[in-house]
Design a protein around this ligand. Structure first.
Ligand code: NAD
Length: 411
């Protein structure tokens, strides 16, 4: 099974638990709108470049649709469709007044100059500007895009529709972005790791932790957990896995990555192959890099008691079943990494009110929002005697179903 098919698998499992009819399942699974557009832009040599751009608007029963925009050579409509559906359940689990969407462009952004990325981004907005908007569909950064693309998108969209920074989130802080947006996903993962470990009776100082991926999410998670006294015994990035049984000096690793852009050459640690991180003898495993990294082939080597899914879809369904049967606690992606979309929501709220929150307020509201969702998912799991992933999907799906029925299905 591909990572892109996993969302539907988990949806069906939860829908069975909720005894949702076949008709209703079909209605909730089918995207509202899928758009594929040709993007044409000029390269630096004056030649013509073309590529495909996608926006899938999955569901708006609970509010305007929300989801990132990904630039990657592997992007296709299947992947975007699956990620759009994941966003519908994610925004519902954390009770944001949003639906779900996702977009992407099948291009390798590393092959483009800054000017080419700008021309491509503006051309994409020319094709989709009339289907996005602050009350309709609000994009955000994802793999391969950052605050810079968001600034271009806002500027291009406003040429058609006038001033309205709430059309997009993840903007530069000095250009109507929210304080604390950059750290939000990793900080949220950290908050939820602390809560989960406490529920399992693992004391922070005894919770040996390994984090796969040291980019935006992995590094901010590491910072939060280090401050919470968790010993982080292994971290990894594309260059390898860096290991120290006594705990890695995380502030030193953060300084190293800032100076070098990679963990390669980090002092005072052992180096092991990147994939070995997954099978270390640890208590807490945090996959924060790619989807589909834990599968049927490597699941039996996993020793962690707790896995917190910082990445989207790091555990494939076959492996998920094995881990559940072994009693491993898995905090699923739709809850664990929802800190990013939560602070995106705060950015949208601030933009609409023409008001700026302090960093302290953003952090407090983030903690409150994620804590509420965590409690509800945990209770759902106990009451129904189901794993946390199915519980999170049940909570999200039942909220979408309720909103759909209240509005009137045929209305
Ligand atoms: P990023 O590009 O900043 O970092 C990715 C990290 O993974 C890098 O350190 C990279 O070297 C590492 N990596 C890549 N391949 C690896 C491998 N084979 N082994 C070990 N490390 C490897 O990306 P990010 O924004 O931190 O996102 C990470 C994950 O979190 C993705 O799955 C993303 O979809 C998900 N996510 C991100 C956000 C967000 O706000 N950034 C929100 C929700 C979910």
């Amino acid at each position: 099974m591909k990572a892109s098919e996993a969302t539907e698998y988990y949806f069906v499992k939860a829908a069975q638990q909720l005894q949702i009819s076949e008709d209703m399942r079909k209605l909730m699974l089918m995207p509202k709108r899928e758009v594929t557009v040709e993007i044409v832009y000029e390269n630096d040599a004056g030649g013509i470049e073309t590529c495909l751009g996608y926006r899938v608007q999955h569901n708006n029963a609970r509010g305007p649709m929300k989801g990132g925009l990904r630039y990657h050579s592997d992007v296709d409509i299947d992947e975007v469709r699956s990620l759009a559906s994941l966003m519908t359940w994610k925004t519902a689990v954390v009770d944001l007044p949003y639906g779900g969407a996702k977009g992407g462009v099948s291009v390798d952004p590393k092959q483009l100059s800054t000017k080419e990325r700008e021309r491509l981004t503006r051309s994409f907005v020319d094709r989709i500007h009339d289907i996005i908007g602050p009350d309709v569909d609000i994009p955000a950064p994802d793999m391969g895009t950052s605050f810079q693309e968001m600034a271009w998108i806002r500027n291009q969209w406003e040429k058609y529709h006038g001033f309205n920074p709430a059309v997009i989130t993840g903007k530069p802080v000095e250009e109507y972005g929210a304080r604390g947006r950059e750290e939000a996903t990793g900080r949220g993962v950290g908050i939820l790791c602390v809560k989960s470990a406490k529920r399992l009776g693992i004391r922070p100082e005894n919770c040996r932790t390994a984090i796969q991926g040291f980019g935006n999410v992995g590094s901010h998670t590491a910072k939060y957990l280090h401050e919470a006294t968790f010993p982080i015994v292994a971290i990894s990035d594309i260059s390898g896995c860096y290991y120290s049984p006594k705990g890695i000096d995380i502030p030193a690793a953060l300084r190293h990555i800032l100076a070098n852009g990679s963990l390669e050459g980090l002092a005072g640690v052992g180096v092991i192959p990147a994939d070995d991180l997954l099978s270390l003898e640890i208590d807490l495993l945090i996959p924060a890099a790619l989807g589909g990294v834990i599968d049927e082939d490597n699941v039996n080597s996993i020793q962690a008691k707790l896995i917190v899914e910082a990445a989207n879809g790091p555990i494939l369904p076959a492996a998920d079943e094995v881990l559940a049967a072994r009693g491993v606690t898995i905090l699923p992606d739709i809850l664990a990494n929802a800190g990013g979309v939560t602070v995106s929501y705060f950015e949208w709220v601030q933009n609409r009110q023409h008001y700026r929150w302090s960093l302290d307020r953003v952090r407090q509201e983030l903690e409150r929002t994620l804590s509420d969702a965590f409690e509800k998912v945990w209770q759902e799991s106990i009451q129904r005697q189901i794993d946390l992933r199915t519980a999170a999907f049940c909570l999200g799906i039942s909220r979408v179903q309720r909103a759909t029925e209240l509005a009137g299905i045929f209305g």
